[in-house]
Ligand binder design. Structure first.
Ligand SMILES: [Zn+2]
Length: 332
């Protein structure tokens, strides 16, 4: 049996809802490996001081279980117990670009194309291709505030749109106003800074996005987290796992928020994925890039209104946009 069938098959209890989705919510967590999502805590890394997990007992108590199915539910209970039964899921999506770093991956997701001759890495450069946010804004005649990106990493300012100013982008240490809560979060982000001046805490990004969702009710919303990749590069599997658990709590809260609002309940497509994979082993799990074996494999989940069957999910990263467009009835 293929791994996809063994671990990833979605229950058949809930058939896809009929009719295209009215809203699209996209969520990514940078470099979050399929291995951890689908198998839970990795036995190769959890006991290794070399992976920063000196406090192995603590991790073992919280996340170790006998089977991969139990382990993934211990690490991501919201996703596996509540969202997965409503989702079509794959752990076998292939990154198509040659670089296996962030900008080329995000660009594939957002533009549906591979642009290896133009986007060669993470260097700042306006995306030369119209993104799904601009496409949906045009097709649905949306105002700028109805297509919104909230991202921890400031690179989303130029990655997420071809035409500067076309959509609402709040990325990096960017302020936003509109409510007392948004004012408070805007002030707060400058007082609880990360060590990276280009990327704020995911907590700020998420709280801002949730407040914006309630306030402006965008038809298209993208939330992009960064800290899973940061901790992995720092070789801290323990912190990476805690961020993965935080991602899981956010996914549950995002889904509950959508279901609590009549504008979104039953009419929203939610798509969750990552920009790249990482290495499989103790020596290379921290890393990704053209030479890192395994960095080309990512995971994908699609749930909510007009969910496609697993067989119709994108197999390549650049086809994720087509999956999204089909769910909202705007396929090419
Ligand atoms: Zn990275």
């Amino acid at each position: 049996m293929r791994r996809r069938d063994l671990l990833a098959a979605a229950p058949l209890a809930l058939a896809a809802q009929s009719g295209p989705a009215r809203n699209l919510v996209l969520f990514t967590s940078d470099g979050l490996r399929w291995q951890d999502v689908f198998r839970g805590i990795d036995p190769k890394l959890m006991i290794a001081k070399a992976a920063g997990t000196a406090e192995a007992r603590h991790l073992r108590d919280r996340y170790w279980r006998e089977s991969p199915d139990e382990r993934r539910k211990a690490l991501m209970p919201e996703f596996w117990n509540r969202l997965a039964p409503l989702a079509s899921i794959s752990s076998e999506v292939q990154v198509t670009n040659a670089y296996k770093v962030s900008y080329p991956g995000y660009s594939e997701i957002m533009t549906g194309t591979t642009q290896d001759d133009v986007i060669r890495g993470n260097a700042p450069k306006q995306n030369p291709t119209e993104t799904i946010f601009e496409i949906l804004k045009r097709r649905w005649s949306l105002s700028k505030e109805q297509a919104a990106v909230f991202a921890s990493w400031d690179a989303f300012q130029w990655m997420s749109e071809k035409t500067p100013g076309a959509i609402t982008i709040n990325a990096g240490y960017a302020d936003i106003s509109g409510s007392p809560r948004l004012d408070e979060l805007s002030r707060m982000q400058h007082q609880i800074m990360t060590e990276d001046a280009s990327a704020r805490h995911d907590w700020i990004t998420f709280e801002m996005a949730i407040e914006y969702l309630r306030l402006r009710k965008p038809r298209v919303l993208y939330i992009a987290f960064n800290e899973t990749d940061e901790w992995a590069h720092h070789n801290r599997y323990d912190r990476y796992l805690e961020m993965t658990a935080y991602v899981d709590r956010c996914l549950g809260r995002l889904w509950d928020t959508l279901q609590s609002m009549p504008e979104y309940r039953g009419s929203t497509a939610m798509v969750i994925t990552a920009d790249h994979g990482r290495g499989e082993h103790l020596e290379d799990w921290t890393s990704h890039g053209a030479s890192v074996q395994g960095a080309e494999r990512i995971w994908l989940a699609a749930l909510g209104a007009n969910r496609p069957p697993v067989a119709q999910l994108a197999n390549r990263q650049r086809d994720i946009m087509a999956t999204c467009l089909r769910m909202v009835g705007a396929g090419q």
